[in-house]
Design a protein around this ligand. Structure first.
Ligand code: M6R
Length: 619
């Protein structure tokens, strides 16, 4: 949550910061601010609401921020997702000390801020916000009495508890930014004669793809020509540079009206990329040494931990691993698992699924399991993310950068990785006939082109999802139903609708409906049912009849060729045929598009839904 960016170099910094923040806005958009340093003077502008308000404010106060004698070339910026303190200008970052000489931008939470604040206030510090973050500026100012900025940040860091990353600058240090990281991400972008420091790579990708990752529990000082890493005790650390193969285009909308729509359309390529080399062998799956396969070979039990959409991918993983590899698998929501005193240890393989690789609860669950002797495998989309460091092995989803807050392409790639792991497990355990294994691998390889045809068919103003939006876009409640792998599809469909259209919706195991939620139904209720071909389809059809008996309106997602379904639904959306276990990858697409079309028809901000942030680095 929150996005931070900093720059030191030769170029005018103001627009660099604003563009960087634009790329980070998905991390929070309650307020934003920049501080720039020129000729021993720090100028700051902050604004409540979307980044555009900051851009307008900067424009208005141009003389105050942009150029004094010469343009500022050092600065920091922030986009906020509020945790402590209301959404107002005083609580927007950057925060500053009493003398207005130290400015900081912070992502995360300072847990001991109240105790520190009281202490600093007793020593004369004057606070201007309700935030926990402001305490960092005063603390650094306090420690400046005994050292330079780098030393003051180091001492301040040692006083702080919580999970955060921050970047600080001082009015008398024109070519220096000092950052620190405890849990929340911080990455250095390395250019020629310039350095960036940001929460995520897109903030500076336009300028450089050379990065250095700040590790958890490290501090970093950037100057135009150097980066210095150190531990909290001051010990210097050497850090290699990594060249990323991302480009700026991926961070732009590429002609689509929103990132979410672009990312829905990227799903065929994303899944193709995810399975590519891993399915070259016709009769099995190869991870090509990406991680030590003894992890799978020695597994006695699998436990999957994740949050939100990633949790839904984990549920599909459980069905696939159970069915194909006959493996005991448990799946838990990471925020529940970490506080459940779980029985976990040697022999268990804990798979943490996290698109961002930074979700606080998932990381905590993974660490807990590792501490108790389990082996931890991370499934993530982000190279170098914390999950990759907190695990014994990593499988990347290769979906490319996802900017839309509502996960789409990363979800289907996570599901694809679940299938790959399940098939490899089945191969290692000898639980699938070679012919069945080959057929599944073959059908998996077909999915990119099938997915492409499906998206083409469902898309556009004349598409079925637009029709459903026209008919039901003003309804007050949606129920989603499914069984077996259809259940996570229903859960994910309901989550998409909630997130971007704000329509209350619930997802239920179809067989459970009669134990409660059926009471919600009346003749106005749209009920979206995942009714793709599967061994439990007959049961799903019975549930559809129960729904219709209450007069509710059934919209079924069904497999092409199954004509009977039409008799049990008011409307049927067809998806191509594939193995029943693989159906979720296709069945989720109409649900993404229905949510999209409804949110669009309601005129909502699809890429940045209210109250949400793409990366949830607080628990
Ligand atoms: O980065 P992660 O996969 O760990 O994120 C987990 C959830 O926050 C995330 O999936 C969230 O539910 C999505 N924005 C939903 O679209």
């Amino acid at each position: 949550m929150c996005g931070i960016v900093g720059y030191v170099g030769q170029r005018p910094v103001q627009n660099l910061l604003l563009h960087g923040l634009q790329q980070l806005e998905y991390r929070g958009y309650d307020s934003a601010g920049v501080s720039v340093l020129s000729d021993g003077d720090i100028r700051s502008v902050r604004a409540v609401g979307k980044l555009q308000n900051l851009v307008d404010a900067v424009e208005e106060r141009q003389p105050a921020v942009a150029t004094i004698e010469r343009p500022a070339t050092t600065g920091i910026g922030h986009t906020r997702w509020a945790t402590h303190g209301r959404v107002n200008e005083e609580n927007a970052h950057p925060h500053f000390d009493t003398a207005d000489s130290v400015h900081v931008v912070v992502n995360g939470i300072v847990e001991n801020y109240l105790a520190l604040k009281n202490r600093l206030q007793d020593m004369g510090a004057e606070f201007t916000s309700e935030t926990d973050a402001e305490v960092i500026a005063h603390l650094i100012a306090h420690h400046l009495a005994t050292g330079d900025l780098v030393e003051a940040v180091r001492l301040a860091y040692n006083d702080l508890e919580g999970h955060f990353s921050f970047v600080a600058m001082h009015k008398d240090e024109p070519e220096l930014l000092v950052g620190a990281r405890l849990e929340c991400p911080l990455i250095v972008g390395v250019g020629d004669g310039e350095r960036f420091l940001a929460s995520a790579v897109p903030a500076f990708l336009e300028h450089t793809n050379r990065v250095q990752f700040v590790e958890n529990g490290e501090l970093v000082a950037i100057r135009p020509d150097s980066t210095t890493f150190m531990l909290p005790d001051g010990t210097p650390v050497e850090r290699e540079e990594t060249q990323l193969d991302w480009d700026q285009e991926t961070a732009q909308k590429g002609g689509f009206e929103t990132f979410m729509l672009k990312e829905i359309h990227e799903q065929p390529d994303a899944i193709a990329e995810t399975i590519a080399d891993r399915t070259v062998r016709e009769t099995g799956v190869d991870f090509g040494g990406e991680f030590d396969e003894d992890i799978l070979r020695n597994a006695k039990r699998i436990v999957i931990v994740a949050c939100g959409t990633s949790y839904h991918a984990g549920l599909i993983g459980r069905y696939a691993m159970t069915e194909w590899a006959r493996m005991p698998v448990a799946v838990d929501i990471a925020s529940e698992y970490r506080y459940s005193n779980p029985v976990v240890g040697p022999g268990d393989v804990v798979i943490g699924i996290t698109q961002s690789g930074e979700t606080a609860d998932t990381l905590a669950a993974m660490r807990l399991a590792q501490e108790q002797g389990a082996t931890v495998l991370a499934v993530t989309n982000i190279m170098g993310s914390q999950a990759t460091r907190d695990s014994d092995g990593v499988v990347y989803t290769r979906a490319g950068l996802e900017v839309g807050v509502a996960a789409t392409k990363t979800f289907i790639c996570q599901v694809a990785v679940m299938y790959l792991l399940a098939l490899r497990l089945a191969e290692l355990r000898g639980t699938l006939e070679p012919e069945r294994l080959a057929s599944l691998v073959g059908q998996l390889k077909q999915l990119p082109s099938t997915l492409s045809e499906l998206i083409e068919r469902l898309d556009g103003a004349e598409g079925q999802s637009t029709g459903i939006a026209d008919k039901h876009g003003r309804d007050n409640f949606f129920l989603f139903l499914g069984r077996h792998v259809g259940l996570p599809v229903a859960l994910e469909g309901a989550l998409k609708l909630k997130e971007i259209s704000y329509i209350p919706s619930d997802a239920y195991a179809a067989g459970e409906m009669k134990h409660g939620p059926i009471a919600l139904l009346d003749e106005k209720t749209p009920v979206i049912v995942c009714a793709t071909d599967s061994p439990v389809l007959d049961k799903v059809v019975s549930n559809m009849q129960e729904v219709r008996a209450r007069g509710a309106h059934v919209i079924a997602v069904a497999t092409e060729g199954n004509l009977d379904i039409g008799e049990h639904a008011e409307e049927v959306i067809r998806v191509p045929k594939t193995d029943w276990m693989l159906q979720p990858i296709l069945a989720i697409v109409p649900l993404q598009m229905i949510a999209y079309a409804i949110a669009r028809s309601r005129g909502l901000d699809i890429d940045q839904p209210r109250n949400l942030a793409k990366t949830v680095t607080v628990e």
